[in-house]
Structure formats: C-alpha cells, structure tokens
Write a protein that binds this ligand. Structure first.
Ligand code: SAM
Length: 267
C-alpha cells in the first residue's frame, strides 16, 4: 500500500488489490511483455501489475473507472512517456479506436462483477487483440476452458472458444489480495484465432442458438430450439434432436446456426 495515499477498497468496483509479490511476478512472467508491444491494462487499481508491465519496455494504456485512484496512478506513472491513463468504463471503451491499426495485448486483474460482459465486449474487438491475460474467478476460468460433455460447458465456453484459444494457466488463492475475495481465482490466457476453426455465416445467429439451447440445459434440442428450427432441420445437419446442449461441440452449434442462416425468415 502506498504510504502517500490511503485508498479504501470499494466493493462496487470489484476492488481486490493484489499484494503477493510472488503471484504478481508469476502473472508478469506469463504475460512476458516486450519493448515495441502495446499493452492495455483494464483496472490498474493501485498499480500492482502496472509497474512490472511498464518495466517490460512496452507502451501501456490503462483504463480505470474509479476517479479516486487517478491521482495515485498519475503520481506513480504519469511521468513515464510509455504510459497513458484513461479514466472511464472499460465496458464502454473503444478498443479498436485505441489500437489504431496495431494489435493490443490486453491484461487485467478484472473486477469479478463485470468480467463476463467485459469479455463479451472484448470479443467484439477480437480482430485488434493479439492476446488477453486475465485474473478471474476460478469458476469462470473453468467454464471458459471447459470441454463438451460436462457441467461447465455452456454459453460462455462456446462463445469464447469460437473466437479464442483458451489456456487455464494457474490458480491464485484469496490470500494474494487485499481485501481477500470470498472465491478462488485463476489466471487465464485467451488468444484470438488468426484462422477460425469454424465460421458462422451470421455470428448473431450462433449466439442465439447457443442462448436458446442453454436457457434450459436439461431439455433436449428438439424442445429448446423448437421456436427456431424443426427436428428435421436439426437432423439434416447431423445433430441428434434428442441430445442436450452440453453434449454438442462448437462445430455442431455452428452447423445449426448456419442452417438457420439459410432459412430466409431467420435473418
Ligand atoms: N489491477 C489491480 C490489482 O491487481 O491490484 C486492481 C484490480 S481490482 C480486482 C479491479 C480494478 O478494476 C479496480 O481498480 C477497479 O476500480 C477497476 N474497475 C472496476 N470496474 C471497472 C470498469 N468498468 N472499467 C475499468 N476499471 C474498472
């Protein structure tokens, strides 16, 4: 904690500040920033990761929502020409505009209350992002990295893996933070595909099929997709209508979405 400035952690901003030097070092090693790269940190807080990110020699933009943290961040890093501070909401931030033709490496110990919408927002800009390293609730990382067939496999796993390769790097216990969160955490690496393994003709329809299918995950596709497509249409793309959504891989969901895209009334 900086002796010049006492900041009381705010729950509504999801503030759990990292203080374990070993964990901070391990995260920085996983990111492995280099001179010439463009890093973007979401939620720098009191700068636990910021310092090490800057010493890599990369340029660093940070987006912090809490106005009360701005003076401290300016004081600590404001004189470094490689550092740019943006006060605002990462959920509304235009990453493509910032990238301005470059690729960004996005990092952050994310506020857990907004991590899922933030990841979906970032996926909209996946073409300007070379990779992402995030601290998240461990349960969320398990869902991101899940494989078909299990209870963790769902909308988040499918939509993120459609865009990215996912690596669950390591787990972090509550003691690494101040205040300690009530849950375990983990570091995940997301690398947007340069060539997608499968392409949905209309990604909005993929989202819709996945959402409808998992709305009632215990029901069969025949039931949950009834309003979108017939059993015959499901079967026509090689998917058994009696299956439950968690039994389907991404390729099967993409085939369903593409069949739907070919039905004129669905577009
Ligand atoms: N990176 C610091 C660390 O590791 O100690 C702080 C991590 S803390 C879990 C999350 C940070 O994100 C806080 O500084 C919080 O104020 C900030 N934050 C919360 N919501 C945000 C948003 N919508 N946009 C940008 N920053 C946000």
């Amino acid at each position: 904690m900086n002796e010049l400035y006492q900041h009381k952690a705010r729950k509504r901003f999801g503030q759990n500040f990292l203080h374990d030097a070993g964990v901070i070092h391990r995260i920085l090693r996983a990111i492995n920033g280099k001179a010439g790269e463009r890093l973007l940190e979401i939620g720098p807080g009191q700068g636990a990761l910021t310092e090490g990110l800057l010493s890599s020699g990369a340029t660093l933009d940070v987006v912090e929502l809490d106005q009360d943290l701005i003076p401290l961040l300016k004081l600590k890093f404001g004189l470094n020409p490689q550092f740019t501070l943006h006060q605002g909401d990462a959920l509304k931030f235009n990453f493509a505009e910032l990238a301005n033709g470059d690729k960004l490496r996005v990092v952050g110990n994310l506020p857990y209350n907004i991590s899922t919408p933030l990841i979906f927002h970032l996926l909209e800009h996946a073409d300007v992002i070379s990779d992402m390293h995030f601290m998240l609730q461990k349960e969320v990382v398990e869902r991101l990295a899940a494989e078909p067939g299990g209870g963790d496999w769902g909308r988040l796993s499918i939509m993120v893996q459609y865009h990215c390769r996912v690596e669950h790097l390591f787990n972090v216990g509550p003691g690494a933070f101040n205040p300690p969160p009530k849950v375990d955490s983990a570091i995940v690496r997301l690398v947007p595909h340069t060539e997608r393994p499968y392409t949905a003709k209309n990604p909005k329809l993929l989202e819709r099929v996945v959402r409808e299918a998992f709305n009632q995950r215990r029901k069969t596709l025949r039931n949950t997709l009834k309003s979108l497509m017939s059993s015959d249409a499901i079967e026509a793309v090689g998917v058994e209508p009696g299956l439950r959504p968690e039994q389907l891989d991404i390729a099967a969901f993409v085939r369903l979405a593409n069949a739907l895209a070919d039905q004129p009334q669905s577009n």
